[in-house]
Design a protein around this ligand. Sequence first.
Ligand code: SAH
Length: 249
Amino acid sequence: MRITIVTLFPPMVEPVLAESMIGRARTRGLVDIRVENLRDWADGRHRVTDDYQFGGGGGMVLKPEPLFAAVGALRTAAARVVLMDPRGRQFTQAVAAELTHAAHLILLAGRYEGVDERVTTGLADDVISIGDYVLTGGELPALVVIDAVVRLVPGVVGDADSVAGDSFVRGLLDCPHYTRPAVFRDRAVPDVLLSGHHAEIDRWRRQQRVRRTLERRPDLLDRAKLDADEQRELDRWRADSKESGDEGD
Ligand code: SAH
């Protein structure tokens, strides 16, 4: 998979993409990530990339020509062009999974007041927001998308099972995790995790996923894909919490 990010500020993204899991995925050739400076596609001696907006007021807007020129030069036949924009569709784990099917993603990072609307309507195949808040630029949103997408590329995360159990993958939050020491500041790891009994451990983890989701994000449960065990657990928790008249604890 190839990912190209077009930005006015390559130094904002390059160090992040060189570290840890993403950095390793790149050196191992699992993903080909390229950072492109939008200014390289701007014309004239000053390579201007932004301009005042028609109608007056507000801040500067990224001009359409450099963005169209950059995408025109960088796109491959399979490229999917994604504009980062707070007005886009909401980025979720499901969208991340969908984007992993693209052979080539081109992520456009806006700046200032945003990009000329003709980029949105005439260049972007997809417009994505990472949440209902406004940032100063599309660099962090693009990094968020890249991180979530690359994590799903086979081989990037060593243990495929751990990705399958992650929060949101099937609509449930993840279970608690513990490492050594078994007792830390008087807090002990649940006995079941030390039991070595894999079926019991698996059951406990499923129960915890359902319970956590019910307590913290009940909205997710409407769309969650539960198996029979998890559904039983959910029904039990709901019945219990109704009986005791509290939130389930
Ligand atoms: N005037 C715009 C905000 C522009 S912020 C508005 O009110 O909608 C400048 C740039 O930052 C945007 O073009 C976009 O690329 C990026 N950006 C800011 N917040 C974002 C978010 N929540 N999701 C995705 N991109 C975002």
